[in-house]
Design a binder for this molecule. Structure first.
Ligand SMILES: Cc1cc2nc3c(=O)[nH]c(=O)nc-3n(C[C@H](O)[C@H](O)[C@H](O)COP(=O)(O)OP(=O)(O)OC[C@H]3O[C@@H](n4cnc5c(N)ncnc54)[C@H](O)[C@@H]3O)c2cc1C
Length: 385
């Protein structure tokens, strides 16, 4: 028997919870289907920028204080550093701290908030097929669901996206970066890590990171496969640089990160894509948490508006994406290639010059107070400021 809802959301990660919360709060019946049982692990550095904090407060009424109390935020730092493997490039103070979340706790917390708002959550429910025109979803156990509208929030390997007839699959694949990350006990890292450190220049079109957490250190790399023939080997060399024995790290895992493959039109029939499923990740630093929450909220609000007015939500969603999100992703993509080419042709001094000349403004750009487009002041349509 097919279960029917106003909206079906495939994936109960950040994009799915934001969409589900928006719809349930507006009074619509909504099902969130996720293949995992929560709390589940998600490979991620967990860095939250200022705009993520603003959005979490706007949508869920969550603050750094409430998220810390819930065990989701476990570290904050108002400093950062950028290095090559040979030399420091820049270091600075931030006007607003970077917060770090434990994704296992954070994702489960937001999914619970969506459920408490009225969404019906089906865990252990793996979506195997989607009919984007009819809004029919089939799961691994044969269960079927039908929604007036469907939101695909099922991550980088989205089954819902694969059902779209017009997606450029070759572009999707080329700009999907393998990201590898390990979480170490702080005592197993050779020195204390007190603020986030970025490492550039040892892989092309990508970078490495060392992030502090409460009792742990996260070490990771991401880079486009077409520019880096052996990402796994580069990651091992990155670990060697810190004198971490990669053979001793039992926890070595990778996950695809959309890295410049955002879809201009993530709508097909009655179905739309949000978060990693639509490639909505900022292509310079790989920030995806904000873009998953924001596109999830936009998709949920567009569907709620469509249900209320009996109109198609696709144009509302894409209009908002093109007003708010796409200009940032496109400008960040241009900056990414300019910086990587600058590093290749001129060397690390090009990045050093840029960072030192525009230090505060660059930090504000990463936080979302300024745009990736010419560092102009950025106004987010959900934000009071
Ligand atoms: C190594 C690494 C480090 C990162 N670090 C950062 C960082 O520090 N800061 C930042 O902002 N971003 C970071 N990102 C990016 C960020 O993690 C993602 O952009 C973000 O998680 C996207 O959220 P989402 O909800 O779209 O997808 P996900 O978080 O992947 O959630 C998708 C959900 O869909 C479910 N699902 C998948 N397939 C199916 C299916 N067939 N049926 C049912 N359910 C399904 C999954 O179980 C999952 O719960 C990082 C990514 C990686 C890989």
């Amino acid at each position: 028997m097919t279960q029917t809802f106003d909206a079906i959301i495939c994936g109960g990660g950040l994009a799915g919870s934001a969409a589900g919360f928006s719809l349930a709060r507006a009074g619509y019946s909504v099902a969130i289907l996720d293949r995992a049982l929560f709390p589940r692990k998600k490979l991620c550095g967990g860095l939250l920028t200022w705009k993520s904090i603003q959005l979490l407060e706007h949508l869920f009424g969550e603050t750094p204080g409430s998220l810390t109390k819930a065990g989701a935020i476990n570290f904050a730092s108002n400093r950062y550093a950028i290095h090559t493997l040979a030399t420091p490039l820049a270091e600075g103070e931030l006007s607003f701290p970077f917060h770090f979340v434990d994704r296992t706790v954070f994702d489960a917390h937001l999914l619970t908030r969506a459920e408490a708002a009225g969404a019906t959550v089906f865990q252990g429910c793996k979506v195997t097929a989607c009919d984007p025109a009819k809004g029919i979803i089939t799961c691994h156990n044969g269960d079927t669901f039908q929604g007036a509208f469907v939101i695909g929030a099922d991550g980088a390997n989205s089954v819902v996206r694969k059902s779209f007839p017009d997606v450029d699959r070759d572009r999707m694949r080329r700009f999907m970066a393998p990201a590898i990350e390990i979480h170490l006990d702080a005592k197993d890292f050779p020195r204390p890590v007190e603020y986030p450190e970025l490492y550039v220049g040892f892989l092309e079109a990508g970078y490495g990171w060392v992030f502090p957490n409460h009792n742990s250190v996260i070490v990771g790399t991401c880079g486009l496969r077409m520019n880096n023939s052996n990402i796994y080997q580069l990651f091992k060399e990155f670990l060697d640089f810190f004198n971490i024995d990669s053979a001793a790290t039992s926890d070595l895992r990778g996950h695809p990160l959309p890295y410049g493959n955002y879809l201009e039109n993530p709508v097909s029939g009655v179905t739309m894509l949000a978060g990693d499923a639509g490639g909505f990740v900022e292509p310079l630093l790989g920030e995806g948490i904000f873009f998953a929450l924001c596109t999830g909220m936009y998709a949920g609000e567009a569907v709620a508006h469509g249900l209320a007015t009996k109109t198609s939500p696709g144009p509302t969603y894409t209009h908002r994406l093109h007003q708010q999100i796409m200009p940032e992703l496109k400008a960040s993509n241009r900056l990414r290639w300019a910086l990587f080419k600058g590093m290749q042709w001129i060397g690390p001094s090009s990045l050093k010059l840029l960072v030192n000349a525009t230090n505060t403004q660059l930090a504000e750009m990463v936080h979302g107070m300024r745009s990736y487009s010419w560092l102009r002041k950025k106004h987010w349509d959900f934000c009071k400021r």
